[in-house]
Each structure stands twice: as structure tokens, then as C-alpha cells.
Design a protein around this ligand. Structure first.
Ligand code: COA
Length: 267
């Protein structure tokens, strides 16, 4: 039996199955599951629920539909930011994603389509990733006149190394699921949505056969390898804020919303 939990959400759903696997689904398919502030707050609430609810043993995060896991932070919100609010926006996203990364229960990102910008950063905050073969990964923020602000500069580097991270972020190019797997960004590529869910569940059930205390310690110990990177997140948020002061930030965001090419001026 699958049960919805007691908390009300606006843009996500959270269901827990009989094995204690919580399925968190981002539900803004008409906007390719773009992560606006309301959705990030839903995700924060859902992670509190995961932390507190003893019936929940592990988590799968996915997106509604077959087109997108999440196509990034919501550009219509980004377009309104100034230096101070952009830095806060970045820090808020970083905080929510840190809750995912630091969860004591295993979290799998089930990537059902585009994982771009904040969507790719959310996937990277999950402990493991299973993607359908048509999924696409990328951090295209430079095309909008800014940089990744939800931990992407840090976690992508941790995941695939410096040279490929710089290439991907500076070009804004997308990776296919197969390329992402070859670089070590994801664990498995599968051929269908059903297989994505069954593979994710299979991994979580295997992990659940071991002691949860040991699993929590594994997650914590592995995360500790990266804890010295804390200053990098602060710098990322600071730069995200600073980028919102530029002409190019607002031009990039407006151009996307107006469906035209941006005219960057380098200022
Ligand atoms: N924020 C807000 N809205 C978004 C969005 C985002 N990150 N990504 C997609 N959308 C919206 C589009 O504006 C469009 O809305 P509309 O139907 O009201 O016009 C809808 O979702 C569908 O997107 P569309 O661009 O028409 O789909 P597509 O198949 O032509 O292109 C993408 C798909 C993913 C390539 C394209 O949507 C895209 O480049 N998105 C932005 C990716 C990005 O830069 N992310 C980083 C943000 S920091």
C-alpha cells in the first residue's frame, strides 16, 4: 500500500510505500519542473519529513512526466533578483540541497529527463543517480549571464573533476545519460521510466538489508571527504549575488523568457 504523508505540499508529492521508500516527485511539468521558491520550500518540508518520520527508510527524488527531472531554478524568479536577494536565493538553494546530501537515509535521484541548472545540482546532491537514456545533464547558467548557484560548482567538481567541470560549466553544453555515466556523474543508465524506478528501488532495498546506523555513518563519512569545500559554497553564493548586479544577468534571463538570443555586453 502506498500512503501520502500528512503534510500538504504545493508543487511536489511525497508518498511512502510499504518498504518505507519515500517517493518525492517534483510536480510542475508545464514548466519542466523548474524549481521556484515554493517548490524549494516544499522540498525542504519533505526532507524534514524524511528526517523525522521513522517509517521512511530511504528516498527517491524524481520529476513528473517524461520530459524533465527539473530544468533548473525558475528563470522568471531569477530575472527579478538583485545582488542581495540573489545571494540569499543561492544560499537558500544550497541549504535545501545540503539537507538532501546530509540525509542519514539513502537518497537516489531518479532522473527522468532534463536535469539542468538547479535540477542537475539537485541530482548531484542525491547520494546516487539512476537516469533514463534520454536524460540530459548540464549547468547552462552562463548562457543566462550567471553561474550555478545551488552548489553545482562544488559538487560537479567533486563528481567528475576539474577539467570536465570547467568545460561543462563554461560551454553550458549538455551531456547525454551515457556520457554522464562514463564521467561518473551517474550510477546507472536504464531504458525506461519503469526500469528507472525498479532499479532505484532494487538498490534501496539492497541497502535496507544492512544496518541503518552503519549506512548513516557511511553517508556521513563519505560526505566528510568534501567538508573542507565549505568555503567554495560561500564563494559560489557571493558570486551568484554579484552576477545579479550585471547587465548580462538581466539580459540573459530576459532573453530566455522572451525566447530570443541574449546580447551580452560583458558588464
Ligand atoms: N525556469 C522557468 N521556466 C522554465 C525553465 C526554467 N528553468 N525551463 C523551462 N521553462 C518553461 C519554459 O519557459 C516554457 O514555458 P512556456 O510554455 O510558458 O513558454 C516551458 O517550461 C517549456 O519549456 P520550453 O523551453 O518551451 O521547452 P523546450 O523543449 O523547447 O526546451 C529546455 C527545453 C530544457 C532546453 C529549455 O526549456 C531550457 O533551456 N530551459 C532552461 C534551462 C536552464 O537554463 N536552466 C538553468 C536555470 S538557472
Amino acid at each position: 500500500m502506498v500512503t501520502a504523508t500528512r503534510i500538504a505540499y504545493n508543487n511536489i508529492s511525497l508518498e511512502v510505500d510499504e518498504e518505507g521508500i519515500a517517493l518525492i516527485t517534483i510536480r510542475r511539468a508545464a514548466k519542466l519542473n523548474a524549481l521556484n521558491t515554493e517548490t524549494l520550500e516544499d522540498l525542504r518540508k519533505a526532507m524534514y519529513e524524511v528526517y523525522e518520520n521513522a517509517e521512511i527508510k530511504s528516498v527517491i527524488i524524481t520529476g513528473e512526466g517524461t520530459k524533465a527531472f527539473a530544468a533548473g531554478a525558475d528563470i522568471s524568479e531569477l530575472a527579478e533578483l538583485d545582488e542581495v536577494s540573489a545571494k540569499k536565493y543561492s544560499q537558500n538553494g544550497q541549504d535545501v540541497y545540503a539537507m538532501v546530501e546530509n540525509c542519514r537515509k539513502p537518497v537516489i535521484g531518479a532522473i527522468n529527463g532534463y536535469a539542468l541548472g538547479g535540477g542537475c545540482e539537485l541530482a548531484l546532491a542525491c547520494h546516487m543517480r539512476v537516469a533514463v537514456e534520454n536524460a540530459k545533464f548540464g549547468l547552462p547558467e552562463v548562457k543566462l549571464g550567471t553561474l550555478p548557484g545551488f552548489g553545482g560548482t562544488q559538487r560537479l567538481t567533486q563528481s567528475i573533476g576539474k577539467a570536465k567541470t570547467l568545460e561543462l560549466i563554461m560551454t553550458g553544453d549538455m551531456l547525454s545519460a551515457q556520457e554522464a555515466k562514463e564521467l561518473g556523474l551517474i550510477n546507472y543508465v536504464v531504458t525506461s521510466h519503469e526500469e528507472m524506478m525498479s532499479k532505484s528501488r532494487e538498490m534501496l532495498l539492497k541497502i535496507a538489508s544492512s544496518g541503518p546506523v552503519a549506512i548513516a555513518m557511511v553517508i556521513n563519512s563519505v560526505n566528510t571527504v568534501y567538508s573542507t569545500f565549505e568555503r567554495g559554497y560561500q564563494k559560489e553564493a557571493q558570486f551568484f549575488g554579484a552576477s545579479a548586479k550585471t547587465h548580462d544577468f538581466h539580459e540573459g534571463m530576459r532573453a530566455f523568457l522572451e525566447k530570443r538570443k541574449p546580447a551580452f555586453q560583458g558588464k
